[in-house]
Design a binder for this molecule. Structure first.
Ligand code: EPZ
Length: 419
């Protein structure tokens, strides 16, 4: 089991090119199943989750190869419609292959997906929507067998009880090749949804309204291939900015997406950091000590504060002057990283979905264990601010979402090694 060794307590200074988005490249890789010609997808991050998606594509007969950060998929022939449970369990995103498979083949056999343990992560909204699109779904012995009546899903008018990112993606993937028009009301508005729709439009799909709460998709019989570049990873960007904010120093983030990161940047600015943006560059300077954020930090669906940035910002605020209050509204159990931060000297009290973070003068290094993807990144963030040495284990979680995190941190001037 690999570990990260971090020597903290040093100000950071450096420049970093931001990786491509994990949460955009995963649905786009699934969407390539809908195409009848080769797809070239650039700026794919080199992540274990991305390679898991490639294994699923290869498993159903679509050859998927990588060179550097470019994926080349040949989806001309799909030879299977069942995804083995072992592959489904590797990540949460495996579930959106259901919509893509239904769009391409009219049927699929999947099972409950894996993914970070952030509380119960049901897929009831996914299944309810697909049933309304004429898909018969049975769940024999834990697996999920789907079959579109008449061999092709039908367009439907759908309203989501909650703007679920995954459910929105699954519906879009199925609707892009369904018969007729599908309307999704209360759709997720995350930038990754827009990136998925951008890819599908480049393949000839008829989709409008993405980025808003109502998306209209008119199904197409066939989609052609395309060349597409995945958007930057706004959460990885928030992570690296939080590291420099926590440790103090200054950094430049290249190939970023300031507009899509605004909900996070607006809060980070309240900590006293100086933030300037110019085109796709973000410049941050963090002085001696951060200020606590006065208003409650509520995680909300986009364009609210992103739940995926909650842990890393909390790590930065652990040594701020004053008390910050978080409210986690998206997942039931997304404070698992706080035990490790407390072990490093943070003062954090959890009251249900509220976390009260009383800033302490400093943190000290400690051996800690990553609990999930963003929680693990938060530990790296805290370790860079902490005096002394920290050892972070179970970093397989971190590798799911951060491309060569130790190289990125070293580019910012941090002392870190993988052992
Ligand atoms: C996506 O997860 C992201 N993952 C998550 O990022 C992100 O935190 C989340 O969206 C919210 O922005 C990927 O894109 C691969 P949801 P997803 O469906 O699709 C409940 C990361 O760190 N829900 O919007 O699973 C669900 O339990 C990951 O990169 C239902 O109840 O999120 C959760 O409480 C973590 N029934 C809430 O909705 C459903 O059918 C939001 O889930 C679906 C969801």
């Amino acid at each position: 089991m690999q570990k990260l060794i971090v020597e903290g307590g040093r100000r950071l200074r450096g420049e970093l090119v931001l990786q491509g988005s994990k949460n955009s490249s995963l649905p786009i890789l699934a969407a390539s199943l809908l195409c009848r010609e080769e797809c070239v997808i650039r700026n794919c991050p080199a992540l274990t989750d991305v390679y898991a998606a490639a294994r699923i594509l290869n498993c159903v007969g679509c050859r998927c190869t990588f060179s550097e950060n470019t994926a080349v998929i040949s989806p001309q022939t799909v030879t299977g419609t069942a995804i083995p449970e072992a592959l489904m369990r590797e990540m949460r995103s495996s579930i959106i292959f259901m919509g893509a498979m239904l769009g391409r083949m009219g049927e699929c056999g999947v099972s409950v997906p894996g993914g970070c343990e952030l509380g119960p992560r049901p897929i009831d909204m996914h299944l309810a929507a697909l049933r309304k699109m004429g898909v018969d779904i049975t769940e024999p012995g834990g697996s999920i067998v789907c079959r579109s009546r008449g061999g092709r899903a039908k367009g439907a008018k759908l309203t989501l009880a909650f703007p679920s990112v995954g459910a929105t993606e699954n519906i879009i993937l199925c609707a892009a090749a369904a018969e007729g028009e599908t309307v999704i009301n209360n759709a997720a508005r995350e930038p990754e949804i827009c990136d998925l729709c951008g890819f599908l439009r480049a393949c000839g799909a008829d989709i409008a309204g993405d980025g808003g709460s109502s998306i209209v998709i008119r199904g197409r019989d066939k989609l052609h291939g395309c060349e597409y570049t995945v958007m930057p990873d706004r959460i990885a960007g928030a992570t690296y900015l939080s590291m420099t904010a926590a440790a103090g120093g200054e950094m430049i983030l290249d190939n970023a997406c300031p507009a899509e990161m605004e909900p996070f940047l607006n809060v980070l600015e309240q900590t006293g950091c100086s933030i300037y943006t110019s085109g796709d560059r973000i410049y941050l300077r963090s002085g001696s000590r951060l200020r606590a954020v006065r208003d409650r930090i509520r995680t909300m669906p986009h364009p609210g504060f992103p739940t995926d940035a909650q842990a890393v910002l909390m790590a930065a605020l652990a040594t701020a002057e004053g008390t910050s209050v978080f409210e986690e509204n998206i997942f039931d159990c997304r404070y698992r990283h706080t035990d490790a931060l407390v072990k490093m000297g943070a003062d954090i009290q959890i009251l249900g979905k509220v976390a009260i973070v009383r800033g302490v003068p400093g943190l000290h290094g400690a051996p800690v264990e990553a609990t999930d993807l963003r929680g693990g990144a938060a530990m790296v963030c805290a370790a860079l601010a902490a005096e002394g040495i920290s050892e972070i284990s179970r970093i397989c979680y971190i590798d799911r979402g951060y491309e060569k995190i130790e190289e990125a941190v070293r580019k910012l001037g941090g002392r870190i090694s993988r052992v």
